[in-house]
Design a protein around this ligand. Structure first.
Ligand code: BG6
Length: 647
């Protein structure tokens, strides 16, 4: 690692000492130290480093903010907060006591040089007392409008000239559009060098994101396939179950494109699609990331209209129309006419040799049905013609799925022959799970960033040109949306899979979003509640998602039944010949099973009453699962008997 000097092991956390060197000695000055980030993430991360023997004995934390605290009251506050926010199973009081005794505080303004002169003296004194070799790490945990003045004042007060290293970690968001990002870059680079600036993207601190790179370049079997010739499409999905909560004020001026896509998702995209770097040196990796982002097509307004979908969540209502949970426009600090997007889905093009023509789909949203971040690499299918004359109705694509969170692992999906005398196939998977392979990590993601910054390793931080390249891609979307405000907001219900337009976007290309369904999600449906793992995993592999708008006819009487449906969310109505509603089915219900069970034509029409999120199980899979799991057959039969008087 650059700059690393041989160091004795840390005397913190001797029980869980690793063979890695501790962080380098330094005074870490946090600007905005009385805010949320310090207590929720930074201090717990520093404490984790200490517990694991990864924090230098010569580390000092110096808090700086406008709140009129003293070192004593700051420490007292941190003593309270750490109990709430530490992530260890067991709290180590000794480690904490030693650590907090090196916390100091000073209050001051960001735009008043006199405070900085005082700060300089304090930092120099602490540096001498704790032998930090003159190293100072500045952490800007403040709004971006302060970054420029902070950089200026640090420079003017003479911090740059002192001995040791000086590094600046800048929190997100780095700009709100291309112009502001360019301006910020100019401001922070006016007196400081690019290699002193560490722009945070906390996704890069996630082990599963870092592993995208490790996976790609440390394994030989995938690289030959990693291009447009073998990969059909790639999907990046970040679903959040949480809504905007108390952050309405911030969020309304941001939206999901700025909040998630331009930063976190483009970082994952770059890791997954970039060329191999010449080495694992930070700049070798960042050069390739920048090249990749520069190859993403910058859309014209027509292309934005064609390839990008936006959404905003509306309220969740019960069957009587009563609001159970508010929609986005009713959230605190959000204007009642807000046009801010809380969801976006897009198809991007990477115009380079490796990826030309391969669709790259991204989608993310708040207040969705589940939390899950996944990257799905879908390979091209083999020719179906080979299976002519066999009972195999269709071939599924092979998929490589990176589960980033909350489940952490990697999965390869392929087809296997179902044991038996005829040739039947079932999708199956090979799975690597972090929980089974490694000791559970208790990290928040900030540990590794602080640690590597102290060693001068910028791999996990964004570089100025990278940030600008990402804004260049995002800017036409922002411009188009500003020029043509959404007319149809809100356009997805809270707790749903998102707006139907998002599924149309990929269906138009003859593809589908891949929904990662877990056993826990399936168990929300009564029929699957007591299912064992074998049964659930067979069902999971076989389900296909389908979104429907209100008023769509899903099943028509008299037709041959080829599928059964599980209603994940929404309401459908079962209609008789005259169009009279005989029954209304809701979340967790299923329908369409009778024609499959009895091999009879459809007995009724089924139409959606609201927009619906459905899982579809085709007949071949349905029959196989019935055959393998008699208890499932029994459950389905019981419902069918009761519902349609089937004998
Ligand atoms: C932040 C966004 O950067 O990332 C939040 O501002 C979002 O809106 C969060 O919820 C998601 O991070 P994670 O680590 O929970 O996926």
């Amino acid at each position: 690692m650059p700059d690393s000097e041989p160091q004795v092991l840390s005397s913190y956390g001797v029980e869980s000492q690793t063979t890695d060197l501790p962080s380098q000695p330094c005074v870490m000055v946090i600007f905005g130290a009385s805010g949320d980030l310090t207590k929720r993430l930074l201090v717990p991360a520093i404490y984790n480093l200490a517990c694991d023997g990864l924090l230098s004995d010569n580390f000092v934390l110096f808090g700086y903010a406008r709140s009129e605290l003293t070192t004593e009251t700051f420490r007292a506050q941190m003593n309270e907060d750490i109990k709430k926010f530490h992530t260890r199973q067991k709290f180590d009081q000794d480690v904490w006591d030693k650590l907090v005794s090196r916390f100091y505080y000073m209050f001051g303004e960001c735009d008043d040089l006199t405070y900085f002169e005082k700060l300089k003296i304090e930092v120099a004194n602490l540096g001498a007392k704790y032998k930090t070799n003159g190293n100072v790490l500045f952490y800007f945990a403040m709004a971006p409008r302060f970054f420029g003045p902070l950089c200026d004042n640090l420079y003017k007060s003479g911090f740059r000239e002192s001995e040791g290293w000086r590094r600046i970690i800048v929190e997100k968001p780095f700009g709100t559009d291309l112009e502001s990002a360019l301006k910020l870059n100019r401001e922070v680079l006016a007196h400081w060098d690019e290699n002193q600036i560490y722009r945070v993207d906390h996704y890069l601190g996630k082990e599963t994101v870092q592993n995208l790179l490790a996976f790609r370049f440390s394994n030989g079997i995938f690289e030959p396939l990693w291009n447009k010739n073998y990969i059909d499409n790639i999907q990046f999905n970040v679903s959040e179950e949480v809504d905007v909560g108390a952050r309405g004020g911030y969020y309304d001026s941001s939206g999901v494109l700025r909040d998630m896509m331009q930063n976190h998702m483009f970082q994952m995209l770059a890791y997954l699609c970039m060329e191999q770097p010449g080495s694992f040196e930070p700049d070798a990796i960042r050069n390739e990331k920048a090249k990749l982002l520069q190859a993403v097509r910058v859309y014209t307004p027509e292309e934005v209209q064609r390839y990008v979908v936006r959404g905003q969540y509306g309220p969740q209502v019960d069957e009587t129309g009563t609001v159970i949970k508010a929609g986005y426009r009713q959230e605190k600090d959000v204007p009642s006419e807000s046009r801010t997007e809380t969801y976006a889905a897009a198809r991007f093009h990477i115009d380079n040799w490796r990826w030309e023509g391969t669709p790259i789909y991204l989608r993310s949203g708040k207040a969705l049905w589940k939390r899950g971040t996944e990257v799905v690499v879908e390979f091209k299918k083999p020719p179906q013609a080979l299976f002519r004359g066999t009972p195999v109705p269709q071939l599924h694509a092979n998929r490589l799925i990176f589960h980033v969170q909350p489940y952490q692992g990697i999965e390869v999906q392929f087809q296997a022959k179902v044991p038996g005398p005829t040739l039947q196939l079932q999708p199956v998977n090979m799975r690597f799970s972090y929980a089974e392979a490694f000791k559970a990590s208790r990290y928040t993601g900030y540990e590794v960033m602080l640690y590597s910054c102290s060693h001068g390793d910028a791999t996990l931080f964004s570089r100025g040109d990278l940030v600008e390249a990402a804004w260049r891609v995002a800017q036409p979307l922002l411009d188009y949306w500003e020029a043509t405000p959404a007319e149809n907001f809100p356009n997805y219900a809270r707790g749903s899979w998102g707006p139907k337009e998002a599924s149309n976007l990929v269906e138009r290309d003859g593809r589908r979003w891949f929904e990662v369904v877990t056993a826990d999600l399936l168990k929300r449906v009564a029929l699957f509640q007591d299912g064992d793992m074998l049964f659930l995993s067979q069902v999971i592999q076989a389900l296909r998602p389908r979104m429907a708008e209100a008023g769509e006819m899903i099943i028509r009487k008299g037709e041959i039944g080829r599928e059964m449906y599980l209603l994940a969310r929404g309401e459908v109505e079962v209609l008789d010949d005259s169009g009279k509603v005989m029954k209304i089915l809701k979340d967790g219900d299923f329908f369409g099973e009778v024609a499959l069970l009895m091999s009879t034509p459809r007995m009724a029409n089924v139409r959606t009453r609201t927009s619906c999120d459905l899982f579809v199980l085709n007949k071949v899979d349905f029959n196989r699962i019935l055959h393998d799991h008699p208890q499932f057959a029994q459950g389905v039969m019981e419902v069918a008997k009761e519902r349609y008087s089937v004998k």
